[in-house]
Structure formats: structure tokens, C-alpha cells
Design a protein around this ligand. Sequence first.
Ligand SMILES: *Cc1c(COP(=O)(O)O)cnc(C)c1O
Length: 609
Amino acid sequence: MKLKICGMKYQDNIEQVAALQPDYLGFIFYEDTPRHFDTKIPNISEHIKKVGVFVNEEISTVIEKVNEFNLDAVQLHGEESPYYCSILRSTKLFSNDTPIEIIKVFSIKDKFNFDILEAYENVCDFYLFDTKGKLPGGNGYRFDWSLLNNYPSSKPFFLSGGIGIDQVEDIKNFKASQASKYCYALDVNSKFEKEPGLKNTSVLREFINKLNNKKTMNYNVDDRGYYGEFGGAFIPEMLYPNVEELRQNYLKVMAEPDFQKEFDQLLKDYVGRPSPLYFAKRLSEKYNAKIYLKREDLNHTGAHKINNTIGQILMAKRLGKSRIIAETGAGQHGVATATVCALMGLECIVYMGEIDIARQAPNVARMKMLGATVVPALSGSRTLKDATNEAIRDWINNPVNTHYIIGSAIGPHPYPDMVTRFQAVISEEIKWQLKAHEGRENPDYVVACIGGGSNAAGTYYHYLHEPEVGIIAVEAAGLGVDSGESAATSVLGKEGIIHGCKTLLMQTNDGQITEPYSISAGLDYPGVGPMHAHLSKTGRAEFLSITDSDAMEAGLELSKLEGIIPAIETSHALAIFGQRTFKPDDVIVVSLSGRGDKDLQNYIDYFKI
Ligand SMILES: *Cc1c(COP(=O)(O)O)cnc(C)c1O
């Protein structure tokens, strides 16, 4: 059966829905509906037929619209007569001379007299059976499909009226019945909307997959270490034994009750979890939506990073390692790693670019105080990527006693998945906390900023396969996406390999990695974790990019409205409220990934406080 998605309205949304490759898209030219179409149709695949929906419209107007919008079909939703249909069908008006398809609609309530069809048999191409309601179309109610057992014609028809994702089983039963013999297409509309005219692409995708008995899209890592086409382990041969040892053991170790007990206990007593889910009343009032903040900033060491380093230090101990190495850029991950090494009494070596060491003196001091050795990376641009190279070199030379703690959801498999699982405690808590606040586990949106993507991966994890939960990923636009000074990987990145995984990566045409830029050190990464590359590619997540200045303003705003000074990374996530509107009853959970103490000097300089 073919699929028609009707009531399209917004350009971006039309493009996203067209990417699902339906057979028909419907545009309603009837003015008395919130789904009234009054803009342009963007360029979409020529395999998708564009249908104009009309109600008792002047024939000349219909013809005008057909020409203006290059329509392939018209759907007549009023009391158009057979004569009306015949004129429209015989008028030669089309640029490429293929006749337009005429779809005549009949609305069914409890009964239907099929005799009326006879007069239309020779003047239209399809019938469409809809539910009779107050307004033509978009009523959201289903009629009794078994009435179609009496269908007397052999003309193909569209089945419409209140079809939603809950009806997949009914549709399958219908397909198996006699009544569906001439059913040509399903027509869906209001049951897949976030608001009139705005379609929910993830629910639509799920519906299409279910109808086709396809396994629903998997957003977790697969057995080979891939998220769709991204991920994998692209490593030098010398590193293979280290990574393979981890790959073979990480799930086994994490499943041990003893491991889970120790992890949970430390998260509780040492990190201070659960972190609160705070309803931000004044922020919500300002932006007219229900905004909750997941307070990762209240964790020990001031951000979400400690969730991962606690998990990995326990993993290292189980694997018999006595020495820990890490890379760090701004020093946040270095501090989180030095902290857990002190906690466990393990040796800690942190590689850090020479330039970063000079820029981040307080964090260097913290690491030293915690007993770590900070080793400067002297090659290349002497920043994060060079520190990472040094760490990898160290690991190759010390394969037996050393574990490398990577600080985000990046690196060769199994790192992105392992880090995601440790950070998944964030969404695990959101579920029960939101239930207590709102009576439901699922918000309408989860929002997080993305550097490599670990706080985001943790915030999304338990919602990835809940299609009604919208996922919003916020990247750093720096001085602007087109400025050359940016870190908006989903927009600027192309497929490439960085630090052992295939992902979206900012690079020149000949594959040189481009230096990223953001005012926030934690988002200043040229790639993005493979999970997020997949979420971007499949359209599961909506990616937004936020400039330095919008982020800084949002940071100041949260301080003034809620008494919380956020990390500048986090301010990016908060800045979406100035960029995108939500409905008043939308429940939005934002990952407040870290506190702003470390960024105080930056805020002071920026605002001349
Ligand atoms: C490091 C950091 C980030 C970015 O890292 P992800 O792995 O993308 O989460 C975001 N917020 C804060 C506060 C950080 O310290």
C-alpha cells in the first residue's frame, strides 16, 4: 500500500517528511483550516506526488494552483459534481502533458451508500474514504473499515481518517481482509502532528517501519560497534590488543552485580546523585513552556564528567590496571580523572597541550593537588588533539598495566558505548523524577549541548526509542556557522575518521582536520560522537547551533532568573529558547551539564562585570 501524508505546512518539516519517501504529500488550499498551505513547496524528490486538497473551489483557482505549485494530483473534498471532475480531468494544462490525478473524497459516518460512486466512475482516478466530521479532513477519527466489505467498485481508493501509529495492527488485519482488495494507499494526517501542520517525523518513521515489518530504527550501537554507518574502531595495529581487551570485557564487567553496586554507591555517596530535576519557574514563565533543568552542575567536581570517570576507574580496576592516562583540553576531564585516581589510589598521567596548560592554570593546579602528573603535549597546535595523540602513544607503549580514560562519547568502539552507558544514569533518573513532577516519564523534548556528546548521550539514552520524545542537540556555532570560526559539526562536518572512529568531522576537501572554534572550551571539538552523527543523519535529533554571543546572554539570563550560573557549554543549550518556540504545555528537560565557576573570568571579560 502506498502512503500519503497530508496537511503539510512548514518548509523545513516538508523536507524532513519528504526524506521518509512517502508516495504522496498533501497540501491543503482550503482556507478554513489551521493546516492551510500558504508558502512555497521546497524542492523534493520527483518520486513524491504533490497533491492539492480543495473544498468546493472555483475550477479556475484549482487550475492556477496546479500550475503554480506543479501539483501531480488534486483531491476534492467538497460536493464537487461528476461534471466538475470531468472538466478538471480533461483540461490540458500541464507542462509535461501527463494528466493530473483526480482523487474524489467521500466521507463516511456509520453507514455509506455506495450507489453515489457510480456517477464518478469515469471522471476520477481514485476515491478517498474519510471520516465524516465537522471540518473537511483532519478530524482524527476512524470510521468502521468493515463497511468497505460492500465496496462495489474496482477503482483503487485511499483509506483515510484518524490513522495513527496505534492502528498498525488494525491496518495489518485490514490488509488481510477482502475489504482492502482495492485499497491503494493510506492517508495520514493529524495523528502524526506536534501541532496542526507540523508533522512528527520520528513517529512517522516508526509507523512506516512497523507497517513494513522492518525492525524499528536502532539508535544504539550494534554488534559491530556501529551506529548506522558511524563508529567502528579505526586504530593502529599496535593498539588492537588494548582496545580488544576492553571490548571483550566491558559489558560483562558492567553487568556484574558487584560492579553495579559499587558504581551506584559511589554515584550516591561521592558524586551526590541523584542530581535534582528542578522545575525552572521563572525561565518557564519567560519562554512560555515547562522547562526542567537536570542539575548535573551539582555533582562533585561540577559537571557530568565524573559519572564517566567513576565508571571507567572501576572498569580499570576490574581489568587489573594500576596506571591511568587521560587527555584533556580545558582541564575538566583531567580534573575528573585525577579525582577518581586519588579516590582509588591509582597513578594518573594527564596529557594536555602546552598552550592549554598556560590557558587553564587553575585546572592544572587542581590536577597536581590531586596527585596527577600533567604532561605537556609539545607537538602540532599544542592543544587537545595533540594531547590525545600523546595519550594514544603512551597506551601503545604500556598495554598491560594502563587504562586510557576517554572523556566523551568518542574514540574507537567500545568507548562511545561504554561512556554512554555510564552517563545514561542521567536519563534513568529523569524518568522517575519527571514521573513524580508531571505524572509521566517522557518529556516532549530533551535538550543537551554537544562537544563530543557525552552529557547529551546520557540525557537521550533512555529516550532514543521513544518516538514521541523530541531530541534536541545543541552545537557551538562560535562566531557563526559560516564565519570559519565554528564548531557546528553536524552542519559543517563530513564523514571522516578521528581518534579511532568514523563520524562527522570538520575537515578540508583533502581531509585535513579543521581547527574548531567556540568560546566554550568543552564544545571546541572538530568531530562529534558517532551516536550523534547517526542521530543527525537519520533526523532522529534536531540539531541547532548557537553562537558565542547568544550563549553568553543565555548564561547571564539563567543566573539572573534562577540564581544558577551555568558553564558556558551549558549556556549553549539554554540559548535555544531564544531561537525556537515551544508550546505552553510542552515539557522540556535541559541537561544543565556543568556549573559556571570555571568560566567566571570568561563571563567577567565578556560582560565587563
Ligand atoms: C566537557 C563538557 C561538555 C561537553 O562534553 P560532552 O562530552 O559533549 O558532554 C559540556 N558541558 C560541560 C559543563 C563540560 O564540562
